[in-house]
Design a protein around this ligand. Structure first.
Ligand code: SIN
Length: 310
């Protein structure tokens, strides 16, 4: 029997599947449920310096092929998540903090603080699509990202990674990959929900969510091909030097297998976790292991990135 173990930035994960930040991971109870489940890691909700209530409701909706939301980063503030970490250590799996700053200094404080905590990895979320910033958002401003990496790269020993948006243009993705290489960023999560999306109710002639005149981020099956494309491009650009967490539309073991072929070292599950609850991790993992076994592969590394071309 195959066990689809994997490694992210040198840290062992018992399986290829864990939760994506932002779904049912904002409170201690929710995080403990993830701890008890077969999610191979506990990914914390993206947190900010101060607690946030998030955007006005209704702010999310389930759609036939995915999820649409403008949550606006509701979270308890980083101090609360720091308090949770010792309690989450009992589950003996990697704990991943996820942080969002509203300035470079806030990012620095958040990364430094989690560097001094007992988390195993730190995801620096650059790509929340639902925060309106003045000027160009950091994720599209390579000079600012460079400044950020200068500030946060040497604050401690724990691997820090970047949660990135969907790149719809190869040149921009190549530029991002150059920065990742230049700063030896050990892991990335690709992709965040796709922003600037609008869903309309034609009957009522209204938007479906209230914040930002109905604009929000799209996830789930709708974005899977974009996520696969981004993971593949990063795999080609970064070779084996950077671990890649694939995110976007992983519902079945077959989806996870496609991300594996594209080059992901692990996948995060969001929309399906939202719908199915914690059992999804075990189910997807079992389905993936069955596919690997049927195809005669004995490990993740046998097939990672081995997509064939026509
Ligand atoms: C949100 O809270 O608005 C979404 C968070 C994210 O996509 O990073």
């Amino acid at each position: 029997m195959i066990t689809a173990k994997t490694k992210i930035a040198g840290i062992e994960f018992d399986s290829y599947i864990f939760n994506a930040s932002g779904i049912k991971d904002g409170t201690l109870e929710e995080l403990e449920e993830i701890g008890k489940s077969e999610s191979s890691a506990i990914m914390l909700k993206s947190c900010t310096i101060e607690p946030r209530k998030g955007n006005e409701k209704p702010r999310e909706i389930n759609l036939p092929f995915g999820y649409f939301q403008s949550e606006g980063l509701p979270n308890l503030g980083y101090r609360k998540y720091l308090e949770f970490i010792p309690k989450l250590k009992q589950y003996k799996k990697p704990i991943i903090a996820s942080v969002v700053g509203f300035s470079l200094e806030e990012y620095r404080v958040l990364v430094k603080t989690f560097q001094e905590s007992e988390v195993d990895l730190i995801e620096v979320n650059l790509s929340c699509p639902n925060i309106v910033e003045e000027g160009l958002p950091i994720v599209y401003n390579f000079e600012k990202i460079k400044e950020l990496l200068d500030k946060i790269s040497n604050l401690g020993e724990k691997p820090i990674g970047l949660k990135l948006p969907a790149y719809l243009c190869y040149v921009l993705q190549e530029k991002m990959a150059d920065l990742i290489k230049q700063y030896n960023v050990p892991f990335i999560a690709s992709i965040n929900s796709v922003g600037n999306a609008l869903i309309i109710d034609p009957g009522k002639e209204t938007t479906l969510i209230k914040p930002q005149k109905g604009f929000g981020g799209l996830s789930g099956g709708y974005i899977k091909p974009i996520a696969l494309g981004n993971v593949r491009r990063f795999y080609e650009l970064l070779k084996d030097k950077v671990s890649i967490m694939g995110v976007g539309g992983i519902k079945t073991g077959q989806d996870a297998f496609e991300f594996l072929l594209a080059g992901a070292d692990a996948v995060q599950v969001g929309t399906t976790f939202e719908r199915e609850g914690v059992n999804c991790f075990q189910r997807i993992n079992k389905e993936l292991e069955e596919i690997l076994e049927k195809k005669g592969y004995s490990s993740i590394s046998d097939i990672r990135g081995r997509l064939k071309y026509l």
